[in-house]
Design a protein around this ligand. Sequence first.
Ligand SMILES: C[S@@+](CC[C@H](N)C(=O)[O-])C[C@H]1O[C@@H](n2cnc3c(N)ncnc32)[C@H](O)[C@@H]1O
Ligand SMILES: Nc1nc2[nH]cc(C(=O)O)c2c(=O)[nH]1
Ligand code: SF4
Ligand SMILES: [Mg+2]
Length: 228
Amino acid sequence: MTAQRAATKGSVASDAAGLRVTEIFHSLQGEGLTTGERTVFVRLTGCPLRCVYCDSAYAFSGGRRMDIAAILAQIADYSVRYVCVTGGEPLAQPGCRSLLAALCGAGYLVSLETSGALDLTGLDPRVVKVMDLKTPGSGEEHRNRYANLACLTPADQIKFVLCDRDDYRWAVEQIRVHRLERLCPLLFSPAAGRLSPRDLADWILSDRLPVRMQIQLHKLLWGDAPGH
Ligand SMILES: C[S@@+](CC[C@H](N)C(=O)[O-])C[C@H]1O[C@@H](n2cnc3c(N)ncnc32)[C@H](O)[C@@H]1O
Ligand SMILES: Nc1nc2[nH]cc(C(=O)O)c2c(=O)[nH]1
Ligand code: SF4
Ligand SMILES: [Mg+2]
């Protein structure tokens, strides 16, 4: 299926209402526990982090201001059950919480991709939080907000995007120290183009880790192009 890119460029409106949106597109979920499900992605603009591997740097700036009604109207065109709010760092925009609540209220199964660097309290409890723990190799480990772990439930997911063997060892240690297994499913993902998926698979098997490996499905299907 061809993904569709719906909202992208345009000037940034100055009014405080609404959210800055880089794109809204229809694709197959490429990450996490609902991989393969038809999903509409709302990519919010702006991020205070700069992970070395970021595949969404085009969302750091630009975008266009949309109010929640307009976002909902655009999503309605696609007849999906799943909506994924991502970015950029979605929680960097104050309006993100209202958007998430409105999406849940409209009956969508809503997930939030977040760096783990911003406060997770006060989110609609129906939102599935997919939270990264940023590794040393990302260059943003110091931004991890460990208090967020207390906000996670078994319905959420913790993701490690790994650049190399040192990141892998670090992630194993995080699982042990914070007893992450007891919180929610754990995802190990190779940083695209930096870590061999086969090496990662071998390490996980060899160490008998309680994690789920993922490879970004959308990149296998469509490469690096935005809007997929
Ligand atoms: C682009 S980020 C947006 C949401 C949020 N800023 C975050 O980092 O979770 C979405 C997901 O893509 C992951 N990601 C970004 N670049 C990647 C890459 N080159 N390879 C694998 N995963 C990547 C991030 O770690 C995060 O889990
Ligand atoms: N197909 C597809 N699945 C995704 N899952 C998480 C994404 C993201 O950029 O956050 C993403 C994305 O960009 N595309
Ligand atoms: S936090 Fe997410 S959007 Fe921001 S730089 Fe890192 S991967 Fe990219
Ligand atoms: Mg992506």
